[in-house]
Design a protein around this ligand. Sequence first.
Ligand code: AHR
Length: 505
Amino acid sequence: MPSHRIVLTVAADQPGPGISRHLFGQFAEHLGSCVYDGLWVGPDSPIPNVRGFRQEAVAALRELRMPNLRWPGGCFADAYHWRNGIGPRDQRPRQRNDTWGQIETNAVGTHEFLDLCAQTGCEPVICGNLGSGTVQEMRDWVEYLNAPTGTVLADERAANGHPAPYGVRYWGVGNESWGCGGLMRAEYYADEFRRYGTYLGSYEKSALFRIATGPGLDDFHWTEVLMRACAAPRFNPGIMDGLSLHYYMNGGCPPARTQQHLLATSFGPEQWRTVMAHGWYMDELIARHSAIMDRHDPARRVKLIVDEWGAWYAPDPAPRPSAYFQQQTIRDALLSALTFDAFIRHAERVHMANAAQVANVLHASILTFGAATVRTPTWHAFHLYVPHQDARRLPVANSAALLSHDGLPYPRVSATASLAPDQSVTVTLAHTDPAEPVRIELQLAGRPAGARPVGRLLAAPELTDCNTPAAPDRVAARPWDDFRFESGRLTATLPPACLAAVTFR
Ligand code: AHR
């Protein structure tokens, strides 16, 4: 019998705020082999593709119901000039990508990116260049994308193959402007945001959702200044719709709270706990930034947009010579689950989030090895959370005491419950103990008898296992029915280090 027992009560008749599907977004930057090779192989590649994009990658992202994709950076966004990425592909300039020390062919530009969004069925999130661009360049890009034909820019879009306006809605006004995006002070950036934001057009099909560069990690001063200056300025109180937040559990850039040297696939109990505790720190970060936002915007009109998150490990003696390629283990799946749970706990304020990054870089859902596309344990965590997309959060009483590491708390079992529009209830359980099983008793209250639970479980044979072309499903979610369910009460023993999802219909 496990020595730990946890009692959870889900109030299924008390639906709370909506859980935006956009919390489960992804990020694709022109960095390493994320865009080139990870997603784009080109139309002439022997690797199966649709108009240049890997078929298997698109299929994997469709299965995740990826709600949005942020592009083209990251730091690269503030060095990117959109005109280099339109028109005949063979005439686009070949340039240096100085941000990441690689060659940029511009083969993936505006039209290709939006084709990828259409193929995967997601909304685009475009980050404009404030650092090295101009107001004119950024507003022209919006007009090129979104204006109906009849203007020079919209007609140019039509001539390039897309007569209908794209209707791009989510728009980042610069990226990490306190760092790679121009090393600006909060006060200076706030004025720049107001200036750029003023000229970004809203066209018929799209009311632009303007996202300001927000704080990195715990820069509460940045949040205070941005909210004071941009949450409701006189003459245009609606200019800022979102404020971003970047937090890498172990960066990298922005700096992490821990500078401990962590590797992706070789770790012991100490490093396991570091990832859990510093991962759950997202909850405190959001709470503290939100408290500042609440003072300036009690109606919560301005949303918090966590448009970069994930684990950023030190380079492993990796299977690939790139500082940004890293494998994923069950530890990363649990970090993902804790992060989702933190977002959902703050669903009133957090509207969107983007894992950094979607393929081959950092906290990736997809890894590619030549022609092979592999789904990582993080992909499986995203997949288990699909039922929470656009559902309503349900209260969960959790009897478990918090664990602690490095002076930071984290849950032994993090539980999230939601009520979907079809009235099904899904409960996800992230069990963070890597060594001991745990007994759970889950009471589904306020629900008519007769619900039937269907479960899936993600666990790994060994904690450091990962998926490869030779063993693509070593760490994969499988059907799970090793529980009892009577009178609305589910009892089960969860194995160490696992993520379970149960849907009651
Ligand atoms: O995701 C990698 C980089 O991390 C991004 O380009 C930047 O915004 C952040 O510092």
